[in-house]
Write a protein that binds this ligand. Structure first.
Ligand code: G4P
Length: 302
């Protein structure tokens, strides 16, 4: 499923973000801890590298993610130059309070007690940027909402004499390169409901859960999962929850929404949709046909 979603305000948001970055010391890039790479906007990475700005990478919603996968991601990002990664939950104000002091060492030239540290929050819609901003400024200035792209204009706030922070509208990218990223983003509600079909996303999620967290399905819905596929999981949910259509058939659409909601709210348990290892495998598989072709000896080369 290729999701293309680049409304006009996203184009102007990108331009404005590029301009603002010139007068910023540290980028705070917020991603979803459950799918850190799929929720990393390559445009943010590109702008950041262009301007050579250090980055505090926040793996937000860590309360919903699998702790072992989150740890693997933190190690992975901390190996990247100019990046410091932390996992937190923006809903915990204690976690958020640490952010300015985590940014400070990334810009040592602004650490002389006279210069203000200028930070900028970036990230795709729905990763928690507004929640983070509200917690940082300790009042409600950014609208929090579960529909993507709620933050629409750029704002700068003085956190103290030493720290200022600017937020940017959620930045989407012109085309999501890997179909599974589109499905992970849809499962996590980072792309709007009109852009995707709940049933397709639910089956993708069910297949992934069968592979990595089968016990969580049985624990939540009370049926065994041995030998079944994602479609059967969604049907099983419809049957267990008595979700039926008029003719008595299992209501696949309603059961899909139940599964997606249970994942999104954490009712299913702490789940990560990708790990550095699964990401590496996914990228390797996608590259395989091309490299196979490259390695195929020419007919006269034997
Ligand atoms: P955005 O600005 O990046 O678009 O994201 P926003 O802050 O609007 O957050 C999107 C949703 O994610 C909100 O849910 C918000 O509460 C939730 N959220 C943000 N940070 C965290 C976190 O660390 N953990 C968890 N579990 N959820 C988080 P919502 O359903 O729209 O609002 P609410 O009813 O939860 O307030």
């Amino acid at each position: 499923m290729a999701i293309q979603w680049y409304p006009g305000h996203m184009t102007s948001a990108r331009k404005k973000a590029a301009e603002t970055m010139a007068s910023i010391d540290v980028i705070i890039e917020v991603v979803d801890a459950r799918l850190p790479e799929a929720s990393t906007n390559p445009v943010v990475r590109e702008l950041r590298l262009q301007r050579q700005r250090p980055c505090l990478k926040i793996l937000n919603k860590a309360d919903l993610a699998d702790p072992a996968a989150t740890k693997a991601w933190i190690d992975y990002y901390n190996r990247q130059e100019g990046v410091k990664a932390v996992a937190l939950s923006c809903k915990h104000h204690g976690d958020v309070g640490r952010i300015p002091s985590l940014c400070q060492p990334l810009a040592p030239h602004r650490n002389d007690n006279t210069k203000q540290l200028r930070m900028m929050i970036m990230g795709i819609p729905n990763v928690g940027k507004s929640t983070l901003m509200n917690a940082l400024v300790k009042r409600k200035i950014a609208k929090v909402g579960d529909e993507p792209a709620v933050t629409k204009s750029q704002q700068t706030h003085q956190l103290s004499v030493r720290h200022a922070i600017t937020d940017t509208p959620g930045l989407m990218w012109p085309k999501i390169e890997h179909p599974s990223d589109g499905l992970m983003l849809a499962a996590s509600h980072a792309v709007g409901r009109n852009a995707i079909i709940d049933e397709e996303v639910a089956v993708f999620l069910a297949d992934l859960l069968l592979l990595r967290y089968p016990a969580l399905i049985s624990a939540r819905y009370g049926f065994p999962v041995e030998g079944i596929d994602g479609v059967a999981v969604v049907e099983g949910i419809a049957i267990r929850r008595a979700l039926r259509m008029r003719g008595g058939e299992p209501d696949f659409e309603k059961a899909s929404i139940v599964l997606l909601q249970d994942y999104r709210t954490g009712a299913l348990g702490r789940i990560s949709l990708e790990t550095p290892e699964t990401r590496r495998m996914m990228l390797g598989e996608r590259l395989q046909p091309a490299s196979d072709a490259d390695n195929t000896p020419a007919p006269d080369a034997a």
